[in-house]
Design a protein around this ligand. Structure first.
Ligand code: ZN
Length: 404
C-alpha cells in the first residue's frame, strides 16, 4: 500500500484526552465526526478487520453460524419483548413519514429470537448458536474518551439456544474458552470477573476485563487467590474480603472488553419460541448471549500497547507486518524490488514513498507501530544489507537483501 495516500501529510501536535485517541488521530487511523461518533480511516480499518477476523474465526470454530440483523427495527418487535418502554433513553426511537414507529438497535436479542423461531422446531434442532458482527447505536450521555464509550459502535453478538441448563452451561464454557483465545490473540491479559446480568435479565454472567489507568469500570481483586469481582456485584456482598478465600480485596480501574450471560428463557418465552421434546411436548429453549465491542477492543489494544512515540501493535492485529523506508535514489530502487518480493509472499508492507525527511519517516514508523521497520539506505546497500528494527524491543539487526 502506498504511504502517500494513508499517512498524515502535515504535522499536528494534536492532543486528545486518552492515549489511544491521541495516537489513532495522529496516525490517521480514525476521524472524529462528533461525540461518540468516529469513522475508521483506511489504516484504522485494516487493524479493525484483523480484530474482526480473529473473533469470527474463533467463534465459527466452536459452532456458531453467522447471521445479520438490521440496525433499524420496527418498534413492534421491541414492544413484544417489553423492552420498548424498559430499555431507557439510550435507545433512539423515531417515526418515518407514515408515522410508523422504529428504533435504532442498541442490541439484538429481539431479531435473533425471531431467526431462531424459524430454525427451531424440535429438540433435534438444538443446540443452535448464531453470531453476527454488526453496528449498534446507543445515545450515551457520557460519550467521550475516544473509542471506549461510543454512540455508534460495532459488536460481535452471539446467541445460543439449548434444551436444558446443563447444555447451556457446557456451551457457555466453550464460549468462555474461545473468548480467552480471542483476547490472547489480540494481545490482552484479561481477568474474568463475576458480574451481575443487570438489564439483560437471567442468571450467571462474567465480564472480560483488562486493567487500565484510564478505565471507567472498577473491579475488586483478591490479593490472595486472584478472584475478581465487578464493583456493582460487590455492593450486594461483602466489600472488604474475598468470598472465595477470605483474603483482602484491592480495587483496580478496568476496561470491559467482553461479557457472557446466561439468559435463561426470558426472550424465548417473550417470542413464544418453543421446540417439541422427545414426548412431543412444547418447551422453551434456554439461551445465552455473548458480546465483544470491536472499536473498544481496538482502542484498548493501543491503551495497553504503546510507548511515548506511538503504538506497538501485537503482530496479529498490526495493519502491516513491515514499515519500509528507503533513503536515497538507489535505495529507493532496491526498496521497490524488496517490496514486490515480500508482497508476493503474502507479507503486508507499508512502503513510505513520501518525499518527507528521514526524521519524519522514522517518527511515523514509530507512531504507526508496525512490528518491524525496514530501512534501506546507501549505507546499508554498501554491504547489500537492510536494517531491521523491532518496534517492541528496539533491537536492530542487519540482514542481507538476498536472505529475504
Ligand atoms: Zn480470594
Amino acid at each position: 500500500m502506498k504511504a502517500t495516500q494513508i499517512l498524515r501529510t502535515s504535522k499536528s501536535d494534536l492532543k486528545a484526552s486518552t492515549v489511544h485517541e491521541t495516537f489513532l488521530l495522529k496516525g490517521n487511523f480514525i476521524q472524529k465526526l462528533g461525540a461518540g461518533i468516529y469513522q475508521l480511516m483506511p489504516l484504522g480499518f485494516l487493524a479493525y478487520q484483523k480484530i474482526y477476523e480473529i473473533i469470527d474465526e474463533e467463534l465459527k470454530a466452536i459452532g456458531f453460524l453467522s447471521f445479520r440483523a438490521p440496525i433499524v427495527h420496527p418498534a413492534s418487535i421491541w414492544e413484544k419483548s417489553g423492552r420498548y418502554d424498559d430499555f431507557g433513553p439510550e435507545m433512539v426511537k423515531f417515526k418515518n413519514r407514515s408515522a410508523e414507529k422504529f428504533v435504532l438497535a442498541p442490541t439484538h436479542e429481539e431479531p435473533v429470537n425471531l431467526i431462531a423461531k424459524k430454525l427451531i422446531n424440535s429438540y433435534k434442532d438444538l443446540p443452535l448458536a448464531l453470531n453476527q458482527i454488526q453496528t449498534k447505536f446507543r445515545d450515551e450521555p457520557r460519550a467521550r474518551g475516544g473509542l471506549i464509550r461510543l454512540r455508534e459502535f460495532t459488536m460481535q453478538d452471539g446467541y445460543s439456544f439449548h434444551t436444558n441448563q446443563e447444555d447451556l452451561d457446557k456451551f457457555y464454557n466453550d464460549v468462555r474458552a474461545a473468548y480467552l483465545r480471542i483476547f490472547k490473540r489480540l494481545g490482552f491479559e484479561v481477568k474474568v470477573v463475576a458480574a451481575t446480568s443487570g438489564a439483560m435479565g437471567g442468571s450467571g454472567a462474567e465480564e472480560f476485563m483488562i486493567l487500565a489507568q484510564d478505565g471507567s469500570d472498577q473491579i475488586a481483586i483478591c490479593e490472595k487467590c486472584d478472584y475478581a469481582v465487578n464493583i456493582e456485584t460487590l455492593v450486594e456482598g461483602d466489600a472488604e474480603v474475598c468470598e472465595k478465600c477470605g483474603g483482602d480485596l484491592k480495587m483496580e480501574k478496568t476496561i470491559e472488553l467482553g461479557h457472557i450471560f446466561k439468559l435463561g428463557d426470558k426472550y424465548t418465552k417473550a417470542f413464544e419460541l418453543t421446540y417439541d421434546n422427545e414426548k412431543g411436548e412444547k418447551k422453551y429453549p434456554v439461551s445465552g448471549c455473548y458480546g465483544i465491542g470491536l472499536e473498544r477492543a481496538l482502542a484498548s489494544i493501543v491503551e495497553t500497547h504503546h510507548d511515548d512515540k506511538g503504538i506497538i501493535w501485537p503482530s496479529e492485529v498490526a495493519p502491516f507486518d513491515y514499515y519500509l523506508i528507503a533513503l536515497g535514489e538507489k535505495a529507493n530502487e532496491e526498496a521497490k524490488k524488496l517490496y514486490e518480493k515480500l508482497a508476493k509472499e503474502g507479507k503486508e508492507i507499508l512502503f513510505d514513498d513520501r518525499e518527507n525527511s528521514a526524521g519524519e519517516k522514522f517518527a511515523d514508523a514509530d507512531l504507526i507501530g508496525c512490528p518491524k521497520r525496514l530501512v534501506i539506505s546507501d549505507k546499508t546497500l554498501a554491504n547489500n544489507q537492510v536494517e531491521i528494527k523491532d518496534r517492541a524491543t528496539g533491537a536492530i539487526e542487519l540482514k542481507n537483501l538476498s536472505e529475504f
